[in-house]
Design a protein around this ligand. Structure first.
Ligand SMILES: Cc1ncc(C[n+]2csc(CCOP(=O)(O)OP(=O)(O)O)c2C)c(N)n1
Length: 648
């Protein structure tokens, strides 16, 4: 009976939604009519507190988790009292209380989040699984491969559900894949799988129950291909012209609700009268909830609230560096980072490190050398070569209260995890209030003749993304304190470590655990002629220049954090000399310097005695040959730029 009610509810809601759509009361609708048995059977077979990663046709997941309909209606209308304060459409939202993680439009990224949740269950030794959905179209995405492979290699209790409804928008499966059945792919990952009738709710329910037990007992993932059909267009505006009519006729006969109703009647479980009465009851429920759902105040935008909600607030006290620390040791930049990581691992038993070759090998730069012996393979995790899945897994860990630090082997490789960083990590708190407690370490920069794909400065890509924090230390003391602060910050932090500083820069590093506040610049030295505002390795270029040119009095500010910028420090730097040079290793066009120059022009105009100048690297890819690389680097034009500025 509860299965029947749960199955009927999303169908009847959808039928109502289609009417409301025609009346212009809701904006977009992706129909799951014909596929309900999958969402409902799956959700009912799991425990209420096991995370599900649904997609756009999985209304039955939301209703079977008993989300109040009135609030769902508010969500679909873009109302403030929905699940996303009007910031997200249709099913692009989640809710921690119901253990549902909302999708982003890109589909595939959902899958790796389930890996991270399953990893958390595994580490906590909980008897639980996570479950993620994909369509047949989504199986062609790299994210599908990465997530399944990672789950298999890490022996994670995840259930992957493919809803094979024959089409990805208008693309039939014949143009989507070449294997006979999608479940055949399971073998390639070394996992088991099964293909089932997705239109039979009891088959779905029983299969998931069994597979759930298998995943928990064997600590393994499992792939289930549910054969089904989409009875309406991709979304309501897209029509169904491209689908042969006979398919609709054929699948109409296999309608999951009609068939289950017939079965219930044949078995004498429900009479026709009982069915009519359940339908009437659900209809009334929907009408009632709709009434409540339409009682909603219009959104009055509050800019402050919009901006505030981009980041999660930090709770608990911080242990700032006070300057009177009792003991300090001279350390290389790289050792300061290791120190910060090690102390954080001791401080937070829920902190997990992930990255390629970071365990026994110690990482490409040996930052985590010796960690696996101290903290074990579970917390110091070698990953397969799949940046996107690991960023997604880091987010999944965060859903279950873990902290994750991921090492990009080189900052350049963030490109293959870009979508997860930019669209999942950065936006999730604003979208539905879930934080992403993730730090991504980014060994960055050139100067070591490593060519175009091991030397890039790509911080500006991330500075442009609300929701991220971007930290870029230049000294060993700052590196340790800022890294610890980044790990304590509940938001996603991109932590840039200039590779050329790793072993060339040494400085005093307090031995104790301490934090340096994110978002605060440092005044490196006072001067009267020009102010250099800079960060990273370029701080050392500025210091060196000043030392070699005692005739010029150079004021130097190290930004330390690029998002958020310390505007007070920038204003102070401008006011000290009236002549500003912004210096960075990144290329000129669209670099962080452009943003700072624009801000100074707008806010510090009266303090200026000269135009704001920038010294940056060439607008070319970064070349391999040492001579070409030197020519590329901003450093090679620093002297002439300062002379120009001095001439004003
Ligand atoms: C990365 C990406 N590319 C393209 C799209 C546009 N798009 C949205 S849904 C969809 C088809 C998805 O098909 P499938 O995975 O089979 O799921 P279904 O809609 O059939 O349930 C496409 C191409 C998208 N959302 N994301």
């Amino acid at each position: 009976m509860s299965i029947y009610k749960n199955l009927l509810l999303p169908r009847m809601i959808e039928e109502k939604m289609l009417v409301l759509l025609r009346q212009g009361k809701i904006s977009k609708w992706f129909s799951g009519i014909g596929q309900e048995a999958i969402s409902v059977g799956v959700t009912m077979a799991l425990q209420q507190d096991e995370w599900i990663m649904p997609l756009h046709r999985n209304l039955g997941v939301f209703t079977s988790r008993n989300m109040p309909l009135s609030k769902l209606f508010k969500q679909w209308q873009g109302n403030k009292d929905g699940y996303s304060k009007g910031r997200e459409r249709s099913f692009h939202f989640g809710n921690k209380e119901h253990h549902i993680c909302g999708m982003i439009s890109h589909l595939g990224p959902q899958l790796a989040i389930a890996d991270g949740v399953a990893l958390a269950y595994k580490l906590k030794k909980e008897q639980k699984v996570s479950l993620a959905f994909t369509g047949d179209g989504g199986t062609s995405e790299g994210d599908f491969h990465e997530a399944l492979n990672t789950a298999a290699v890490w022996d994670l209790p995840v259930i992957f559900i493919i809803e094979n409804n024959g089409y990805g928008l208008s693309t039939p499966t014949s143009e989507q894949y070449r294997c006979t059945s999608l479940v055949d792919k399971a073998a390639g990952y070394g996992m088991d799988g099964v293909q089932i009738d997705g239109n039979n709710v009891l088959t779905v329910y029983d299969t998931i129950k069994g597979v759930r037990e298998y995943c928990i007992k064997n600590q393994k993932p499992y792939l289930i291909e549910c054969m089904t059909f989409r009875m309406r267009g991709h979304e309501e505006a897209s029509g169904v012209k491209y689908v042969p009519k006979n398919l609709f006729e054929e699948w109409e006969q296999k309608d999951p609700i009609k068939n289950y109703e017939n079965w219930l009647q044949e078995e004498g479980i429900l009479s026709a009268a009982a069915i009519a009465s359940i339908r009437a009851e659900i209809k009334n429920h929907i009408e009632e909830e709709l009434k409540n759902g339409f009682v909603a105040d219009k959104i009055i935008p509050d800019t402050e609230e919009e901006v505030d909600d981009v980041y999660a607030s930090r709770t608990g006290s911080a242990e700032w560096l006070k300057g009177n620390e009792e003991t300090a040791s001279e350390k290389k930049f790289i050792n300061a980072i290791s120190d910060g990581l090690e102390q954080s691992l001791n401080r937070h038993p829920n902190l997990v490190l992930m990255g390629q070759d970071i365990a026994e090998y110690g990482g490409a730069f040996k930052v985590t050398e010796g960690f696996v012996e101290k903290f074990g393979k579970e917390r110091i995790r070698n990953t397969p070569l799949c940046e996107s899945a690991i960023v997604g897994s880091a987010l999944g860990l965060s859903l279950e209260g873990y902290k994750a630090v991921m090492e990009m082997q080189f900052a350049d490789f963030a490109t293959v995890g870009f979508n997860q960083i930019i669209n999942n990590l950065a936006k999730i708190h604003y979208r539905w209030g879930q934080n992403a407690d993730v730090v991504i370490r980014m060994p960055t920069g050139g100067g070591v003749g490593a060519g175009p794909f091991h030397s890039q400065s790509n911080e500006a890509w991330f500075v442009h993304t609300p929701g991220l924090k971007v930290v870029y230390p230049s000294s060993p003391m700052d590196a340790k304190g800022l890294l610890i602060a980044a790990i304590n910050d509940p938001n996603p932090v991109m932590f840039f470590e200039h590779k050329a500083l790793y072993r060339s820069i040494t400085g005093p590093v307090p031995d104790q655990y301490y934090e340096i506040e994110i978002g605060k610049a440092k005044h490196i030295q006072a001067g009267e002629d020009i102010s250099i505002i800079t960060y990273g390795a370029a701080v050392h270029w500025a210091i060196e220049y000043a030392q070699k040119h005692p005739n010029i009095s150079v004021d130097i500010t190290d930004l330390r954090t690029l998002l958020p910028l310390d505007y007070d420090a920038i204003r102070n730097a401008v006011s000290r000399t009236g002549k500003v040079l912004i210096l960075h290793e990144d290329s000129l066009t669209g670099g962080v310097g452009a943003e700072i120059a624009a801000w100074i022009a707008e806010h510090c105009y009266t303090l200026l005695d000269a135009p704001v100048m920038r010294c940056a690297s060439l607008d070319t890819p970064i070349p391999f040959s040492i001579e070409l690389e030197k020519n590329f680097m901003a450093y090679s034009r620093l002297g002439e730029t300062i002379e120009k500025l001095m001439a004003y």
